[in-house]
Design a protein. Structure first.
Length: 85
């Protein structure tokens, strides 16, 4: 599970450059996932606080598309962790 959620694909997003997971993911789980995948990870939200990342964001190694309600701060975190732009 990720952040206590069984639907891992809905509550996490990964690329070859980084990843974002459910905001309630523990620091220990974040560190373990980061070392297993060998990419930087961050816990975060999209669409003004939605923890369902798969429902509000599509991302690959070159670009990301977020929902209309995504705040500037959330976009900044996405750009940073996925090393976009």
């Amino acid at each position: 599970t990720v952040g206590g959620q069984a639907l891992v694909g809905s509550y996490s997003k990964f690329t070859n450059r980084g990843g974002m997971v459910h905001p309630r993911t523990t620091a220990e789980d974040l560190q373990e996932l980061s070392s297993l995948l060998q990419i930087p990870l961050v816990a975060g939200t999209v669409n003004r606080g939605s923890d369902v990342l798969g429902g509000g964001m599509v991302v690959n190694d070159w670009t990301a598309f977020c929902g209309l309600d995504t705040t500037g701060t959330e976009i900044s975190v996405v750009e940073s962790i996925f090393q976009l732009g």
